[in-house]
Design a protein around this ligand. Structure first.
Ligand code: AMP
Ligand code: ZN
Length: 478
């Protein structure tokens, strides 16, 4: 069955027909100014699921996820940091933390993770094209803006993803002080001239000192790595406008000629937007303060696989309200699955599979092919668990059957990406790790909590989490 999903560009559910067996796939990545919250990760986990699903369907996926390592928020943070720091030192710390969390959620490493600051030349090239065909213009302060009016006059379409009411845009958009010379309120910055607040963070462009606009970064990186037209572009729903609309305008605008006699080269064939994770009924966000980082949840004893399961429990076009109760329910659901997998392993006793339970795989495939219907896919999985439990209870499952079922689960789980539960007993903890744990306990006893925290971090870097339980600390392999 062909994979179907909702394409924001055509506003309907469509069958996915890629241009080749290798799918060009771009996901707007994190802005590395702070720790990402689990709302951000809902988007990245969905992107990961989609990539895995495409692989399950036999495609090769050229998955690109950029790192936004320069933007207004980052610059502001760097310039107000104590002790003083540099752009690269500052962003490196949060990028590392991001990938640590990304791995905890068992997200597959994208094929490419370009940094915006490595693509400044490609951004200049894009600006030069847009200036050349008259779509971009420079204001007296040295900034360069994209003119939506001129773009449309040359045959470009603005408002492909969302309906835009230009009158409303004019009256509601606040024109920032440094943008007062724009021709029109809806125009957006491609290049921002250096201001006092930027400190030492600027580039020497052909048009003067400054820094790139955020929208431009993604257009430059995606076309450089995936070509002028590629298959799938994804992101959280808040990015559809203006970020993605502006990406389309820049990329398609660059393909237009100044005489207006060319049709734009389409930028992306399928746009997919993921609905938000909510907290207390509102979008989880830094600005509202209603967010959890992965680290917050680890310290409450939850694991990456439980969080991944929860994030994947609702449809990608439905928002999901995050609660701790939801995480507890995720834990119980996974315990049911683990118990069944444990029994299968015991019965199979390491023999090789001869075939798969193809009906299970087929039903799972159908559920996800149908607009990525995750709840249907999970009920296929839990029906399978229930049926197997019954067969096992009746002693009707042979070692060969069990091995075959396990192999079917592996196929299915290539898509779901639920990490195996770590089954670590005290016997197989390496001495170095056991020693670090003992040192941490001693530090705690001596009330040297800074030292204890440091040892906890060291253990984490080495891939071990400490869970403090009423019976004392327990180590878990990440
Ligand atoms: P940022 O690091 O702010 O650039 O955001 C990274 C990604 O997280 C973007 O695709 C956002 O759309 C997405 N995002 C932000 N908040 C949420 C949320 N509450 N739920 C789901 N995705 C989100
Ligand atoms: Zn982007």
């Amino acid at each position: 069955m062909d994979l179907h999903f909702f394409n924001t560009l055509t506003h309907r559910i469509e069958a996915f027909v890629p241009s080749s067996k290798t799918v060009g796939f771009y996901c707007c990545g994190p802005t590395v100014y702070d720790f990402a919250h689990i709302g951000n990760f809902r988007t990245f986990v969905f992107a990961d699921l989609l990539r895995r699903l495409l692989e399950f369907k036999g495609f090769k996926v050229n998955h690109v996820m950029n790192i936004t390592d320069v933007d207004d928020k980052i610059i502001q943070r760097v310039n107000t940091s104590t002790p003083p720091t540099t752009l690269s030192d500052y962003t490196k710390k949060y990028e590392e933390a991001f990938f640590e969390d990304f791995r905890q959620l068992n997200c597959l490493e994208p094929v490419r993770t370009p940094h915006a600051t490595e693509y400044i030349q490609q951004m200049y090239d894009l600006i030069a094209k847009l200036l050349d065909n008259g779509i971009a213009y420079q204001t007296p302060d040295g900034s360069i803006f994209f003119s939506i009016q001129r773009y449309m006059a040359l045959g470009g379409k603005y408002g492909q993803l969302v309906n835009i009411n230009f009158d409303e845009t004019k009256s509601t958009e606040r024109i920032k002080n440094d943008e007062y010379e724009k021709e029109s309120a809806a125009d957006f910055a491609l290049w921002k001239a250096r201001t006092e607040n930027d400190g030492n963070i600027f580039w020497e462009s052909p048009w003067g000192e400054g820094r790139p606009g955020w929208h431009l970064e993604c257009s430059a990186m995606s076309s450089d790595l995936l070509g002028k037209t590629f298959d799938i572009h994804v992101g959280g729903e808040d990015l559809a406008f203006p970020h993605h609309e502006d990406e389309i305008a820049q990329s398609e605008g660059a393909s237009l000629c100044k005489d207006g006699n060319t049709a734009p080269v389409p930028f992306v064939k399928y746009w997919i937007h993921f609905s938000h994770l909510l907290s207390e009924g509102k979008k989880m966000s830094k600005s509202l303060g209603n967010f959890y980082t992965l680290r917050d949840l680890f310290s409450k004893g939850f694991t990456g696989r439980e969080i991944r399961y929860l994030l994947l429990s609702a449809h990608y076009r439905e928002s999901l309200n995050f609660t701790i109760d939801g995480l507890n329910a995720a834990r119980s659901a996974l315990a049911r699955l683990d118990e069944c997998l444990g029994k299968l392993k015991e019965i199979a006793n390491n023999i090789n599979p001869t075939e798969n339970n193809s009906q299970f795989i087929q039903q799972f495939d159908e559920a996800l092919s149908n607009n990525i219907n995750l709840s249907q896919a999970w009920s296929v999985v839990f029906d399978w668990v229930r049926d197997l439990n019954r067969l096992i209870a009746e002693n009707k499952l042979s070692p060969q059957d069990a091995a075959n079922e396990l192999s079917a689960w592996e196929r299915v789980n290539h898509v779901l990406g639920i990490k195996e539960k770590s089954t670590v007993s005290t016997e197989n903890i390496p001495t170095e790790i056991a020693d670090l744990l003992a040192a941490r306990q001693n530090a705690r006893k001596a009330k040297n909590f800074a030292e204890a925290d440091l040892l906890r971090d060291t253990l984490k870097q080495k891939g071990w989490l400490i869970e403090d339980t009423p019976k004392g600390p327990r180590l878990k392999k990440i």
